[in-house]
Ligand binder design. Structure first.
Ligand code: NAD
Length: 512
């Protein structure tokens, strides 16, 4: 069967039913959803208005007032049940991710696995929201630091990780005692409906097994930029975690700080790898291929700039070109496919325009053309490898498509400078067996990114570490490590259990 003949609307309907979403949620409305697999319509949704968004936020605030009083380990029980629902639904939800975003099967499933992993992490965390006991200079006093729930957490997410980004934020926000309001990408609302249905299933079980939980603890808002802006501007949303392009962050960041709200900004990347003279080239080839071509170049951590030492350039680059020429491109739902489609026509146009600019700047382009495979209105491309004379023009920007700019280098200190000379600062890696180079790369004078890896590519992070980047990537951190602190407010408490009132710094203020 040709790709365009696949009845993805019927399969989407079956999957949504299996995942607990009733048909009236995705039939009838104004938001048309198409699958990048073959360009066919798979749903039409009603959008929320900005006014409805406001009401939903008020309701979420009421939910927060109740939820914050539930002990954290009990809150963790809700997230444990959510993890169970996700485990049971992994195959169906993973398949839906592949249909709605065009990810290959293992990546669709991997995205759901990431949700399960963060639920497990958050359950453990629910018993570890530790504060500190701090030495005080006053006798018979105790000073401590405590962490309290914050309020409604707004989540704005991008199309390319349509469900995992919600879970990174929501699992932590919920155990931290907050309610959440989620505005997914307008390109991927169907997987969001499915996740909301799974959350509601977990909530029902939680109420039945463990007692009360408020309504509106997790709310889903369907819509575009205006609905996102309602979330950004509402005074009862003390924190918005916004994932998407740097252009979006430039609008959202200042609007949040204008009203002194917090933000977690997870924006665009322009990630690089440095290939050193001692690199294991077999391992490098696989690391580069996955990071640069995987997810059709549509990860925020996708490898976009490759610096290859002159001594290994002629050994590695021809092998890479062979891999680029032979990688299997096509229906992401079929086993064996490694590169699926771009999300839409705009992504294809942006890719072609970046390649034109690269040619104009002296780049030698291999690949990059549209792959005609009977997929109708879908956009499949051969990943492009572009040998560039210098880091100029399109190399300095993120084009959300599979383009790898390859540059030759001679000197290690110089390549570190080039590595850091772009405005973005998300992820990075070095391939070397030289301990000095490896350690320098991850040191203070090495990579300036939020993620710096050795002997693996820049993409494919685990949930245990804090995820995010510097500079125009926005500075936010979510997921593991102590990222949870962003979802809570910190209070310093001093308790006097004595009978006198000594003042700090020896200040005297004696009244009769
Ligand atoms: P996008 O910026 O077009 O949209 C992201 C989200 O922001 C969508 O939900 C959109 O509706 C919303 N939005 C846009 N303008 C807004 C505004 N003014 N106010 C409120 N909401 C607004 O991004 P995209 O095309 O969906 O995703 C691709 C981009 O996301 C790439 O740049 C990629 O690098 C980035 N990304 C970053 C991370 C990260 O963790 N750093 C992760 C995934 C994707």
């Amino acid at each position: 069967m040709t790709i365009s003949a696949l009845d993805l609307a019927a399969e989407t309907k079956r999957l949504l039913t299996e995942l607990g979403v009733s048909a009236d949620r995705y039939i009838g409305g104004t938001l048309r959803v198409t699958s990048p697999v073959n360009g066919n319509e798979i749903g039409v949704l009603k959008e929320h208005s900005a006014l409805e968004a406001k009401d939903a936020i008020e309701a979420a605030h009421q939910a927060f007032l109740e939820w914050r009083a539930v002990p954290a380990p009990k809150r963790g029980e809700l997230v444990r049940l959510l993890g169970e629902e996700l485990r049971a639904a992994k195959a169906a939800l993973g398949r839906l991710v592949s249909i709605e975003v065009g990810k290959i099967t293992s990546e669709g499933l991997g995205e759901v696995q990431e949700m399960i992993d963060i639920c497990d992490f958050a359950v453990g965390l629910s018993r570890q929201l530790y504060g500190l006991t701090i030495a005080t200079e006053r006798s018979e006093h105790r000073m401590m630091e405590s962490w309290h729930p914050l309020g409604v957490v707004g989540i704005i997410s991008a199309f390319n990780f349509p469900v995992a980004v919600w879970s990174w934020n929501a699992a932590l926000a919920l155990v931290c005692g907050n309610s959440t309001v989620w505005k997914p990408s307008e390109k991927t609302p169907l997987t969001a409906l499915a996740v909301q249905a799974l959350f509601e299933k977990a909530l029902k079980r939680f109420v039945a097994e463990s007692g009360a939980a408020p309504a509106n603890l997790s709310t889903l808002l369907i819509g575009g930029r205006d609905v996102g802006e309602a979330l950004v501007d509402h005074p009862k949303v003390p924190l918005v975690s916004a994932t998407g392009s740097t252009a979006m962050g430039r609008v959202v960041g200042p609007r949040l700080s204008q009203r002194f709200a917090r933000s977690i900004l997870e924006l665009g990347g322009n990630n690089a790898a440095v290939i050193c003279p001692t690199a294991d080239l077999d391992l490098t080839l696989r690391g580069v291929a996955f990071s640069a071509m995987g997810t059709a170049g549509q990860r925020c951590t996708t490898l976009r700039r490759l610096f290859v030492h002159e001594s290994v350039y002629d050994k590695l680059v021809p092998r890479l070109k062979t891999a680029y020429g032979s990688v299997s491109i096509g229906n992401p739902l079929e086993t064996g496919t490694l590169v699926g489609p771009l999300i839409d026509k705009q992504a294809f146009t942006n890719m072609q325009s970046a390649l034109e600019q690269a040619r104009a700047a002296g780049g030698k382009v291999t690949g990059g053309e549209r792959v005609e495979n009977g997929a109708g209105d879908a956009f499949y491309v051969r990943p492009a490898l572009v040998e560039m004379p210098a880091q100029t023009g399109p190399v300095e920007h993120e084009t959300f498509a599979p383009i790898l700019y390859v540059m030759k280098y001679t000197d290690f200190d110089q390549v570190l400078e080039l590595h850091n000379a772009v405005p973005q600062g998300l992820s990075s890696s070095i391939f070397t067996n030289d301990m000095r180079e490896a350690e320098t790369f991850v040191s203070a004078r090495g990579s300036d990114c939020g993620i710096a890896n050795v002997n693996l590519g820049p993409s494919g992070a685990e949930i245990g570490g804090a995820f995010g980047g510097e500079k125009e990537t926005g500075g936010g951190r979510e997921s593991g490590s102590d990222a949870w602190k962003a979802y809570m407010r910190r209070a310093t408490n001093t308790v006097n259990y004595g009978k006198t009132l000594p003042l700090a710094q020896g200040v005297r203020f004696d009244v009769e």
